[in-house]
Design a protein around this ligand. Structure first.
Ligand code: SF4
Length: 204
C-alpha cells in the first residue's frame, strides 16, 4: 500500500499545538454541530496509535476520545494484552462528532486528514490500530473489515492492525468475540514491526 496522494500536513510543531488548532478548526461542516472537538490523547512516545472513526456523544461533551461505553470496552480489550491508556495514543479519523453518529463523509475525512497525517509524523507509531471500517479504509482503501480484521499488515514501514470498532462489538456479541480474539495478536503486531525494522536496517 502507498500513500502517494497524501497532502503535505501543516507544520504544527507539537501534539499540543496541533490539538489547539483542532479545537478552533472550522475546516468542515462538522464544526457547526460540535460541542467540543476531540484531538486525541495518550502518550506522546506511544508505539501504538489507535484510530477510531469519530467522536460520539460522550466524547463530544467531554472533548476526550473513547470515554463512553465503547471506551470502556476498549479499555477492557487493552487490559487483555496488557496495556492501558498511558501506553497508547488514541484519536479519530475526524475530530468532531458527525450528527447522530453517522459515518463521516468523504469530504469531512479529507478536510480532517492533515491533522491525522501530522499526528502520525509527530508520534511516529510502530503499530497503527484502526477501529472500524472508515478508519481502516484510510490506510487500506481496498480492504473489507469483515475479512481483514485481526490481520497484521504493513503500511509504509509500519504495522497496520485493523480491528472492528468497539461500538460494533457492543451491538453484536459475535463481533465482540472477534474483537476479544483479535486483540490478543497485538503483541505479535509489535514483534512484526521489530522484524520489519530489522530488515530495513539490513537493506540500508
Ligand atoms: S472534523 Fe476536522 S476538519 Fe472538520 S471541523 Fe473538526 S477538526 Fe476541522
Amino acid at each position: 500500500m502507498t500513500n502517494a496522494d497524501t497532502p503535505q500536513p501543516a507544520s504544527w510543531e507539537s501534539i499540543n499545538e496541533l490539538a489547539a488548532a483542532v479545537r478552533s478548526c472550522t475546516d468542515c461542516g462538522l464544526h457547526t454541530s460540535r460541542t467540543n472537538a476531540v484531538p486525541g490523547s495518550g502518550a506522546s512516545n506511544a508505539k501504538i496509535l489507535i484510530i477510531g472513526e469519530g467522536p460520539g456523544l460522550n466524547e463530544d461533551q467531554q472533548g476526550l476520545p473513547f470515554v463512553g461505553r465503547s471506551g470502556k470496552l476498549l479499555d477492557e480489550l487493552l487490559a487483555e494484552v496488557p496495556l492501558s491508556r498511558e501506553d497508547v495514543f488514541i484519536t479519530n479519523v475526524v475530530k468532531c462528532r458527525p450528527p447522530e453518529n453517522r459515518d463521516p463523509l468523504p469530504d469531512e475525512v479529507a478536510s480532517c486528514r492533515p491533522y491525522l497525517d501530522r499526528q502520525m509524523q509527530l508520534l511516529d507509531p510502530k503499530v497503527i490500530v484502526t477501529l472500524g471500517r472508515v478508519s481502516m479504509l484510510r490506510f487500506h482503501p481496498t480492504g473489507k473489515i469483515s475479512e481483514d480484521h485481526g490481520k497484521i499488515l504493513e503500511w509504509e514501514g509500519r504495522v497496520l492492525f485493523p480491528l472492528y470498532h468497539p461500538a460494533a462489538g457492543l451491538r453484536n456479541p459475535a463481533i465482540k468475540r472477534e474483537l476479544q480474539k483479535d486483540v490478543l495478536r497485538l503483541p505479535e503486531a509489535l514483534e512484526e514491526w521489530a522484524r520489519l525494522s530489522a530488515n530495513a536496517s539490513v537493506t540500508q
